[in-house]
Design a binder for this molecule. Structure first.
Ligand code: AMP
Ligand code: ZN
Length: 115
């Protein structure tokens, strides 16, 4: 398993930094965002370090599919109902943690349509 020692999400995956985990499978973890931007704000990450979506190629197809499935399963297990999934790719898009993650947002404020 590729592990970057200075990567906060690799350290969460390794159990070195605590996180409020709500779902796990062999390849992914879903945990609560430390600074929620919505009534429910979860982060879905692959255990394997990939810095960002645009770094992914054919070799990451299974990883990406697994991450989406994990996000959907976590949302279902948490009984979120409807939710929004966001991936910030790169500094210009607001990415601050360079370990691929999908934000799962749900709750009252999600009724606002952005796109
Ligand atoms: P992004 O801006 O898309 O890179 O999102 C990074 C997210 O990670 C932000 O919403 C942060 O609040 C969240 N975050 C950073 N460190 C932690 C941590 N230790 N535990 C949980 N969430 C974190
Ligand atoms: Zn990492």
């Amino acid at each position: 398993m590729a592990m970057e020692k200075d990567c906060v999400f690799c350290r969460i995956a390794a159990g070195e930094i605590p996180a409020d985990r709500v779902y796990e499978d062999a390849d992914n973890i879903v945990f609560k965002d430390i600074k929620p931007a919505a009534p429910v704000h979860l982060l879905a990450i692959p255990r394997r370090h990939v810095a960002k979506l645009s770094d992914c190629g054919e070799g990451e197809g299974e990883l990406l599919a697994g991450l989406l499935l994990a996000a959907g399963r976590a949302a279902k297990a948490q009984r979120l109902g409807d939710f929004r999934l966001i991936v910030n790719n790169g500094i210009g898009a607001g990415q601050t943690v360079f370990h691929l993650h999908a934000h799962i947002l749900a709750g009252a404020r999600m009724s606002e349509k952005l796109l």
